[in-house]
Every structure is written in structure tokens, then in C-alpha cells.
Write a protein that binds this ligand. Structure first.
Ligand code: AP5
Ligand code: MG
Length: 214
């Protein structure tokens, strides 16, 4: 099974991806995480991408398509791929069609997580992660036992993604509406779009997504 996890920034794609990849044995391909990895390693690509990401704009289609094409080679013994944060433009969706044709892969479902802007902004502004072990927290929905400190590792401090500032959140949501939302119509036209209410707890949303994936 091959799926696309779709939805606005902060709706919970990454949170669901962690649960889904284990249950369905999928290779999780997150273009955002791959780009953050390039930034952390200080590669040329990372240097180019950082300013764009921090402004909330989209990195070029060519760059992200290259990331996905490479990552797709690593399916190994997994039962398929789960794309998270790609495609984000109709042009990327068309590139993915070509990639899938080349690799003889068929996308089975495009799962679109939906939530109101106010909730999304709260999730984004509350997001934290441990600077040592990477564990995710949310100060509103999943806070640590001691403020600012990781529960899971000694000395880990909670920090924010560099694109998790209030100004960038609004930019990212505007970019989503202008450039990414049209991708929904592209997949609706192919009969692949499955819409899921993303407002419940992570477990509730997971259970809804599982009903669709079977
Ligand atoms: P990317 O990393 O993909 O970010 P995004 O799409 O903006 O989405 P997020 O990762 O911010 O949110 P999410 O939906 O994964 O939510 P999460 O699970 O973390 O992209 C970053 C940047 O890279 C882009 O802006 C762009 O510049 C570039 N980029 C990436 N892909 C690209 C592409 N294809 N083309 C061009 N550029 C690209 O949840 C958010 C918070 O809410 C967390 O704290 C979580 O704990 C909490 N939460 C989640 N679910 C729930 C729930 N059900 N209940 C309560 N809290 C919840
Ligand atoms: Mg994410």
C-alpha cells in the first residue's frame, strides 16, 4: 500500500505518520524532515533551503522531487511508501505521477487531515522537541512533566523548530491555501482523496485513518 498524508502545516501529519508507519510497515518519506536533516548537516542543499523554510515559502519542486526519488529507492522489505508533506504543488503531483510510473508504484489513498485554522495555530505554537533525543511534545496537548525539560532523557531541553514562529505560521498557512490546497482537487479528480477530521486526539485521528486504510 502506498499513501500520501496530506494537510496544512501543523494539522498532525508527522504525528500520524509515526503511528501509521509501524502499523502498516510503510517507509515514511517526509520532505520537511529530509530538508531539516540537510540543514543540520550544513550541506549546500541545506544552506539553500534554510532561508526559504524559515520564511515559510516552498523549496523548489526540483529539490524536493530529487529527495523523494532518492528516498523511494529504500523501500526494502517495507510494504509501501507513505509520503508526508509531498506533493505540495500540482506540479509536484505530476512529477510524482512520473516517478510512480517509472517505479511501478500505485498511490492507493491520499489521506487529507483537516482542522480549523485556530486549532492548527495552537498546535504549531505549542510544538516542542527535545534537543537531545528529538522526542516530540506540545505544551498545550502533550506537555512534559517539568516545564522545558525532556521526560525521556537526562539533561534534554525542549526547543522549537526554527520555522515555528508566529509570523512564519501565518505565511505557511497562506502558502498552503494558495499553492497546496489545489492538490486536493487533483487527487479528488483521480478518485483518491479521503478526508479525515483531524481535530480529535492523536489516537482518535489514527483510528479514523485506519478505517480508511483497512
Ligand atoms: P514540513 O516539515 O512538511 O512542515 P509542514 O507541512 O508545515 O507541517 P508540520 O511538520 O509543521 O506539521 P505536521 O502536519 O507534521 O504536524 P505535527 O504532527 O508536527 O515542511 C517544512 C518546510 O519545508 C516547508 O514550510 C517548506 O519550506 C519545506 N518543504 C517541505 N516539503 C516541501 C515540498 N514538498 N515542497 C516544497 N517545500 C517543502 O503536529 C503539530 C503539533 O501538534 C505537534 O506538537 C503535535 O504533537 C501536535 N498534534 C498533532 N496531532 C495532534 C492531535 N490530534 N491532538 C493534539 N495535538 C496534536
Ligand atoms: Mg511534519
Amino acid at each position: 500500500m502506498n499513501i500520501i498524508l496530506f494537510g496544512p502545516p501543523g494539522v498532525g501529519k508527522g504525528t500520524q505518520a509515526v503511528l501509521l508507519k509501524d502499523k502498516f510497515k510503510l517507509l515514511h518519506i517526509s520532505t520537511g524532515e529530509a530538508l531539516r536533516g540537510e540543514v543540520a548537516r550544513g550541506t549546500e542543499l541545506g544552506k539553500k533551503a534554510k532561508a526559504i523554510m524559515d520564511s515559510g515559502k516552498l523549496v523548489s519542486d526540483d529539490i524536493v522531487a530529487g529527495i523523494v526519488a532518492n528516498a523511494m529507492q529504500n523501500v526494502g522489505d517495507r510494504k509501501g511508501v507513505m509520503l508526508d508533506g509531498f506533493p505540495r504543488t500540482v506540479a509536484q503531483a505530476k512529477i510524482l505521477d512520473t516517478l510512480c510510473a517509472e517505479k511501478k508504484i500505485r498511490i492507493d489513498h491520499v489521506v487529507s487531515l483537516e482542522a480549523e485554522k485556530e486549532l492548527i495555530l495552537k498546535r504549531l505554537s505549542g510544538r516542542r522537541f527535545c534537543d537531545k533525543c528529538g522526542k516530540d511534545y506540545n505544551i498545550y496537548f502533550n506537555p512534559p512533566k517539568v516545564e522545558g525539560e525532556c521526560d525521556a532523557c537526562e539533561g534534554g531541553r525542549l526547543t522549537q523548530r526554527t520555522d515555528d514562529s508566529e509570523a512564519t505560521h501565518l505565511n505557511r498557512l497562506n502558502v498552503y491555501e494558495a499553492q497546496t490546497e489545489p492538490v486536493k482537487g487533483y487527487y479528488a479528480g483521480k478518485g483518491l482523496l479521503r478526508t479525515v477530521d483531524g481535530t480529535g486526539t492523536p489516537e482518535e485521528v489514527f483510528s479514523e485513518v485506519c478505517k480508511i486504510l483497512g
